[in-house]
Ligand binder design. Structure first.
Ligand code: NAD
Length: 418
């Protein structure tokens, strides 16, 4: 499949509000950013069959293989109903790759991922590799993968679904209607900054150190994505930093503030990260779109996910300026429940829907998956993490089977109508 420049801003806008995607595409196409050349939009309301895509599957560790297996089946079925053909290639990453090849991101895995049209990842990590040296940790493989694919923008929706409002740990009136998008910078900051390492201080004591570092272009490009996202949502962007203490945050705030004049239709605000952590619990509905650096985004997006009731429900998309996007649930490998058929596969299933929409421009197939998930929840099926009284407790496989049944019933209904 030939690949052109990834329509980053359009995808970001779509991510912001998929329900109005076709409108957003045409609006974006008519109004390209002044600093960027107009970009090719892959999304199409009526794509012409047959379409064939190469999908790299990275099941990873722990519950990763369980949830990716479900998502692959759902992706296959939803795609086939839209005349889409997938060629899946499964390669190891993380602990699985360490066991098989001795490194957490084998060359073949990265090459396969880069040559595909989209990448679907489960999760990596586990107790077994916790004591490994840094360069032999599963997490290192994930960081290398993100950097290798050049995906610098991570978009994480945190939406409280009406069916799951009771699963939130917050009071119903606080959680109800929460709809936040966290835009996290993914390839810079303290997770990558140098110098880093271990040493000793003046007193001869052992120390560990890392460097929080951002350049203006790095901040500018992630802030542009966030402004575009906010513009297509409710027009509110909150930039989160620690500019009262950290120089990198002072530059972050200055750069975001300077950019704001190009997006006069977006209401910009700034918040220190400690306050943001508190406000997310106190009054989450005040937030629309949040943009922040790598480490703050890591923490705040997990916190935002808990507002929704379960980390097992939340998908994410990581996109770059070109090449395949990386689609993955926000949860980790959950070693405490791995291999027990207890994992909630819906975050990965919804990641597959994002892959279709933002990675391949296959809106109809994406919608089939999302509708099937809602339908399955409406029928009352719940995995343990989102279970509440009066609903039906199911495992990972059964939840997958129910989603498949719902996708399938769409085909039956469609057939009956023709
Ligand atoms: P985790 O997300 O794996 O688990 C946190 C809690 O949420 C656990 O109680 C777990 O059982 C539960 N949970 C997570 N996903 C679930 C699902 N789909 N269904 C039901 N319950 C679910 O985070 P952790 O425990 O901090 O980390 C475990 C391992 O995962 C570590 O090795 C960590 O490095 C790794 N990790 C990987 C990623 C990734 O692959 N992107 C992200 C975070 C953590």
């Amino acid at each position: 499949m030939a690949k052109g420049p990834r329509p980053l801003q359009e995808m970001a806008a779509l991510q912001a509000n998929p329900r109005t995607s076709s409108t957003l595409i045409s609006e974006s196409a008519r109004r390209p950013s002044p600093r960027r050349p107009p970009v090719r939009v892959r999304c199409s309301a009526t794509p012409s069959p047959p379409r064939s895509y190469r999908i790299t599957l990275l099941p990873g560790d722990g519950i990763g293989p369980e949830v990716v297996s479900v998502a692959k089946d759902v992706l296959y079925l939803a795609g086939s109903l839209e005349g889409i053909e997938f060629r899946f290639r499964e390669v190891p990453v993380g602990g699985a790759a360490l066991d098989a090849t001795g490194v957490p991101l084998p060359e073949e895995t990265l090459t396969t991922a880069k040559e595909s049209d989209a990448v679907l990842l489960g999760a990596i990590g586990g107790y077994k590799w916790d004591a490994n040296e840094k360069h032999l940790k599963p997490e290192t493989g994930l960081l290398q993968l993100r950097a290798g694919l050049g995906v610098f923008a991570n978009l994480r929706p945190a939406t409280v679904l009406p069916q799951l409002v009771d699963a939130s740990t917050l009071k119903k009136e606080v959680a109800e209607g929460v709809d936040i998008m966290v835009v996290r910078e993914l390839t810079g900051g303290i997770y990558f900054g140098k110098p880093r390492g271990f040493g000793s201080n003046d007193k001869g004591e052992d120390i560990g150190f890392n460097t929080e570092i951002y350049s203006v272009p790095e901040i500018d490009r992630i802030a542009r994505v966030a402004f575009e996202v906010a513009r297509k949502r409710r027009g509110k962007l909150c930039s989160v930093d620690k500019a009262n203490v950290l120089e990198a945050s002072m530059l972050w705030r200055k750069t975001v503030t300077a950019l704001a004049s190009e997006f006069s239709d977006v209401e910009i605000s700034h918040m220190y990260v400690d306050n943001a952590a508190m406000q997310l619990i106190r009054n989450p509905k005040q937030f629309d779109t949040i943009v922040t650096n790598n480490i703050f985004g890591d923490i705040l997006s997990d916190e935002a996910s808990m507002l929704t009731g379960s980390i097992g429900m939340l998908p994410s998309a990581s996109i770059g300026a070109s090449g395949p996007g990386l689609f993955e649930p926000i949860h980790g490998s959950a070693p405490d429940i791995a291999g027990q058929d207890k994992a909630n596969p819906l975050a990965t299933v919804l990641s597959a829907a994002m892959l279709l929409r933002y990675g391949l421009g296959e809106e109809q197939a994406a919608k089939r998956i999302e509708d099937a998930v809602i339908n399955t929840l409406n029928k009352g099926f719940r995995t343990g993490d989102i279970f509440s009284e009066g609903t039906t407790l199911v495992g990972c496989k059964r939840m997958g089977a129910e989603v498949l049944k719902s996708v399938d019933s769409q085909a039956t209904v469609a057939a009956a109508l023709h």
